[in-house]
Design a protein around this ligand. Structure first.
Ligand code: PXP
Length: 241
């Protein structure tokens, strides 16, 4: 199973100070060094984390793994995708006020808009994935759009507790199975972390997982001790001068 790492949060931290550190491109390079099979960024309408320039620089620096652009199916974003040429595009619903993508696409409501985006982007050789809720009927509607891939939303599974979590896991499993059966390439993601990923990896037919928050959160803790030690060492060297 492949792992796509979402580096949006690195840009969020950078934007908090308005400078250039930490750099999402450097984060992507380290993620690739750690074994990431892909890098994902979500270019939002309000550019609250990843900016257009980040996307361009990422496109320039990433060639060994897949660059996945998450975006809304708007004219502006379609234009950007066609110009930047990521290796794949994931269409997501986008609400201005949300903290993160809240659910899968409403395929029935946005069918025309999604079909148009799929045709424009796949017509230029980039596969499109639709981020959808873990529902067999949504999988079937996704197929009608012509998109080659789907990403099954694992957020409800990730947030559920106890028996509810088993029920949600089963919904993901059924959606993955149906999507594979009808010839879609299947990915999954959202809310996955070091505790809840194992059960998802047990589902057959998933090509890859897209994980952001869990990995970025853990990387802060794994890196904290070393970062403080480095600073102390620098301060001690400084004292000698
Ligand atoms: N997949 C999609 C479509 C997303 O929008 C996101 C969040 O940007 C993710 C996966 C990653 O979710 P998380 O940050 O919870 O791992």
């Amino acid at each position: 199973m492949l792992l796509g790492v979402n580096v949006d949060h690195v840009a969020t931290v950078r934007n908090a100070r308005g400078g250039c550190e930490p750099d999402p491109v450097e984060a992507a390079e380290l993620a690739i060094a750690g074994g990431a099979d892909g890098i994902t960024v979500h270019l939002r309408e309000d550019r609250r984390h990843i900016k257009d320039k980040d996307l361009k620089l990422l496109r320039r620096s990433i060639s060994s793994v897949e660059l996945n652009l998450e975006m809304a199916a708007t004219e502006e974003m379609i234009g950007i995708a066609l110009r930047v040429k990521p290796d794949m595009v994931t269409l997501v619903p986008e609400k201005r006020q949300e903290l993160t993508t809240e659910g899968g696409l409403n395929l029935t409501k946005s069918m025309r808009q999604i079909k148009k985006a799929v045709e424009a982007i796949q017509g230029r050789g980039m596969p499109v994935s639709l981020f959808i809720n873990p529902s067999v009927s949504d999988v079937e509607i996704a197929k009608e759009t012509g998109a080659r891939m789907v990403e099954i939303h694992t957020g409800l599974y990730a947030n559920a507790k106890g028996r509810r979590q088993s029920t949600e896991l089963e919904r993901v499993r059924r959606a993955v199975e149906r999507a594979s059966d009808i010839g879609l390439i299947v990915n999954a993601g959202h809310g996955l972390d070091y505790r809840n990923v194992k059960a998802i990896t047990g589902i057959e037919g998933i090509r890859g997982l897209y994980i952001g928050h869990g990995i970025i959160s853990r990387s802060i803790f794994i890196g904290m001790e070393k970062a403080v030690r480095e600073m102390k060492r620098l301060m001690e060297i400084g004292k000698k001068f």
